[in-house]
Write a protein that binds this ligand. Structure first.
Ligand SMILES: [Zn+2]
Ligand SMILES: [Zn+2]
Length: 343
């Protein structure tokens, strides 16, 4: 089988890998769609992020869906021919955090396509994948395999919403309208937000943010005053989903957050300066959000019941042999939202 392997910054190769045997409780899946994620792009463009570096060849990819080709012993819930979205979250289920229901904090997590541990956890941009049956969530007839491959980033934003708590009747600000920001808008809408304002520095992605549910969009590069107007009377928003990782987005967001509001940080931008006086005087909660676990099943449920439509967010689908071109397009925000690979 072919796999998409990162060797270092700008060194992405299509390589042959041996087929794997399916074991007890496992299923063999022909991967058909894989979405390129921000983390895949970090490995491709920079060879890693923060202190994390690619130190050995690693198959990329974790936003995946495909068709079941074979079942191992003891797999009762799936059948050959089923189409499934595959959760890349593989916690150990016996460490102290797993036992508290915090699987996304697992000490032994084997999340696909991660260079955090050594040896690296190989990813799922490959033609054949052997996965545990519990990772596989069946998708209904009529749902495209491309839509199914949105389950993973969608689950990230559903977890972010869970971290925020109830959004019912809340005024929500989303900063950064890449795929995660756009999906956060959809998740916030589904969870009862009263009003959603979205910001970015590019008109193209802001148009899409409006298409998927933002009530108002603001280009903070050309019209920063439109956002700062929300700072009157100590601020306006109850919840902010920060999906840009940009320091200016955090700071201008803090200015327009109301007292006792919540800032949920999704974006990863490294070290930034935070105005302590604003956090203290407005009693703002800052909360991180990291991956997801049980939200993956909810994501597939919402896709199957057609409560969400990801089609506006899919920029294009590239063949596996065009993977380098796909990564180049995915890394250019002026040309793309979500780029997928067909296997
Ligand atoms: Zn992802
Ligand atoms: Zn664990």
């Amino acid at each position: 089988m072919k796999a998409i392997v990162i060797h270092g910054a700008k060194d992405l190769r299509i390589e042959e890998r041996p087929l794997e045997a399916v074991g007890t409780g496992q299923v063999e899946i022909a991967i058909e769609a894989g979405g390129i994620c921000g983390s895949d792009l970090h490995y491709y463009n920079h060879g890693g992020f923060g202190a994390i570096r690619v130190r050995e060849p690693m198959i990329l990819g974790h936003e995946i869906a495909g068709t079941v080709k074979a079942l191992g012993e003891g797999v009762g819930v799936l059948a050959v021919g089923d189409r499934v979205a595959v959760s890349p979250s593989r916690p150990c289920n016996h460490c102290q955090y797993c036992l508290r229901g915090l699987q996304n904090q697992c000490l032994n997590m084997r999340f696909y396509g991660s260079a955090m541990p050594m040896p690296h956890i190989q990813g799922a941009f490959r033609q054949q994948l052997v996965a545990e049956s519990w990772q596989c969530h069946k998708i209904d007839d009529g749902i495209s395999i491309q839509e199914a491959a949105f389950a993973e980033p969608f689950a990230v934003t559903l977890h972010a919403v869970n971290r925020a708590g109830s959004l019912l009747g809340k005024r929500v600000l989303v900063t950064g309208c890449g795929p995660i920001g756009a999906l956060a808008i959809m998740s916030a809408r589904l969870h009862g937000a009263r009003e959603i304002v979205a910001t970015d520095v590019m008109d193209g992605v802001l148009d899409l943010a409006g298409t998927v549910g933002a009530d108002r969009t603001i280009n903070v590069a050309t019209h920063p005053e439109q956002l700062s107007a929300f700072g009157a009377n100590k601020g306006y928003f109850d919840v902010m989903f920060e999906a840009s990782g940009n320091e200016r987005a955090v700071r201008s967001g803090l200015d327009v957050l109301a007292p006792r509001s919540i800032l949920v940080q999704l974006g990863l931008g490294g070290d930034i300066a935070i105005p302590q006086n604003v956090i203290v005087s407005k009693e703002i909660d800052i909360r991180g959000t990291f991956r997801f676990h049980e939200e993956f099943g909810l994501a597939v449920n919402l896709i199957n019941s057609r409560r969400v439509d990801f089609k506006p967010l899919l920029t294009g689908v590239y063949g596996i042999d065009e993977a380098v071109a796909a990564f180049e397009v995915a890394g250019d925000r002026s040309r793309s939202m979500k780029v997928q690979i067909a296997f």
